[in-house]
Design a protein around this ligand. Structure first.
Ligand code: SAH
Ligand code: SF4
Length: 366
């Protein structure tokens, strides 16, 4: 018998949000309930997104009471909500152990993209990224990743819904592989959250073995790779921990080998840092490096923050860089920076708790 499930028949309360798909089946078996009850409960949690057992109206009173006494449904607590002049919103959530994370909602014409966190802080130390300065506080659990999506779906205007999910908030998703892939499984499962794989994008700084594993996992979500440099010397400077372990050659080989579903491409992200990686020579090297990989490139002019060690190139430099790529037949887009006024744009996420740490933080990578 699974340890988690034993709890339901013993005394302490178990959090049903922690259950994998199969654990709901095991739960109803253990309680001697009819088999279909597992899907009823999954529907209440993932489709109707209720927060209390008393709302599960197709369960009998006694069944609801049993759940009430033996189980809980966790939910993140909203601590702060900030709105940018451009409509982007940043949400600060407190988790059950007091740890804080951020999610960002980015409305755009016919899309609502939610950017979610996978770690409190980050394992890595990219020198241009504010989250990187926090160190890793802890990995998020699968349900804490999924809860950001459920919470947002519950709090949007009735005529709005989430169209896209990007794992580009705080943290390196592939450094928390097990919980992140479990979360993706729940987001994709048609009998749980039920999102399409093309609507989800996982962004990684380049953990080569985990990129390979993700490719073999069959999850089929979009893969985005943060390249950010065209030579190992510059990448060592801007992404030291990751590039020393997996230099450019091994990262690009993993991208070449990545089993893409038909008509799909890898997204490369390239943060443009003034005077560091924004030259015409960089643009031409980029063309050579990415030759033969079915891909699109997103150029992200550096988003500034107080005390940042880098600058943002001017628009002319960014446009010249893009022009060289397009002339070289690489589809290259300039990512609009959204929510910069509330520090909600890429790389600007850092919780105040981490800015003024009172407890221990576990420093990064080993
Ligand atoms: N850890 C993952 C996902 C989170 S970072 C990764 O590195 O891919 C999401 C994106 O924000 C990455 O492409 C990263 O390069 C970019 N980024 C980080 N700091 C930034 C900043 N200050 N300005 C612009 N983009 C930044
Ligand atoms: Fe972590 Fe990504 Fe920031 Fe690097 S860019 S420190 S991997 S969140």
């Amino acid at each position: 018998m699974r340890r988690d499930l034993c709890y339901i028949t013993l005394m302490s309360k178990v959090n049903l949000k922690q259950f994998s798909f199969d654990e709901f089946d095991a739960l109803v078996r253990e309680l001697d309930w009819p088999k279909y009850r597992a899907q009823q409960i999954r529907d209440w949690i993932y489709q109707k997104r209720v927060s209390r057992f008393e709302e599960m109206t197709n369960l009998s009173n006694s069944d609801r009471e049993l759940l009430e006494t033996r189980a809980v449904l966790s939910a993140p607590e909203l601590v702060q909500r900030q709105r940018s002049a451009d409509g982007t919103q940043k949400f600060l959530f407190r988790l059950s152990d007091g740890q804080e994370i951020e999610s960002v909602l980015i409305p755009d014409d016919d899309r609502n993209t939610l950017c979610i966190s996978t770690q409190a802080g980050c394992t890595l130390d990219c020198t241009f990224c504010l989250t990187g300065t926090m160190g890793l506080l802890r990995n998020l659990k699968a349900h804490e990743i999924v809860d950001q999506v459920l919470w947002m779906q519950n709090h949007m205007e009735p005529d709005q819904h989430l169209t896209n999910i990007v794992l580009m908030g705080m943290g390196e998703p592939l450094a928390n592989y097990r919980e992140v892939t479990e979360a993706l499984g729940r987001l994709l499962h048609p009998k749980m959250v039920g999102l399409g794989p093309r609507r989800i994008t996982l962004s990684t700084s380049g953990l080569v073995p985990q990129i390979k594993k993700l490719g073999e996992s069959g999850l089929n979500v979009n893969l985005a790779v943060s390249l950010n440099a065209t030579t190992n010397a510059v990448r060592d400077r801007v992404m030291p921990a990751i590039n020393k372990q997996y230099p450019l050659e091994s990262l690009l080989q993993a991208c070449r080998d990545y089993p893409l579903p038909p008509r799909r491409r890898i997204f490369f992200e390239y943060v443009l840092l003034k005077g560091i990686n924004d030259t015409e020579a960089d643009a031409r090297r980029l063309l050579r490096l990415l030759k033969g990989i079915p891909c699109k490139l997103n150029l992200i002019p550096f988003n500034d923050y107080p005390g940042a060690p880098f600058g943002r190139p001017d628009d002319e430099t960014v446009l010249r860089f893009q022009k060289i790529l397009i002339e070289g037949r690489l589809p290259a887009f300039i990512r609009k920076s959204r929510g910069r006024d509330i520090l909600a744009a890429c790389g600007q996420l850092r919780t105040e708790a981490a800015a003024n740490p009172t407890g221990l933080s576990i420093p990064m990578f080993s």
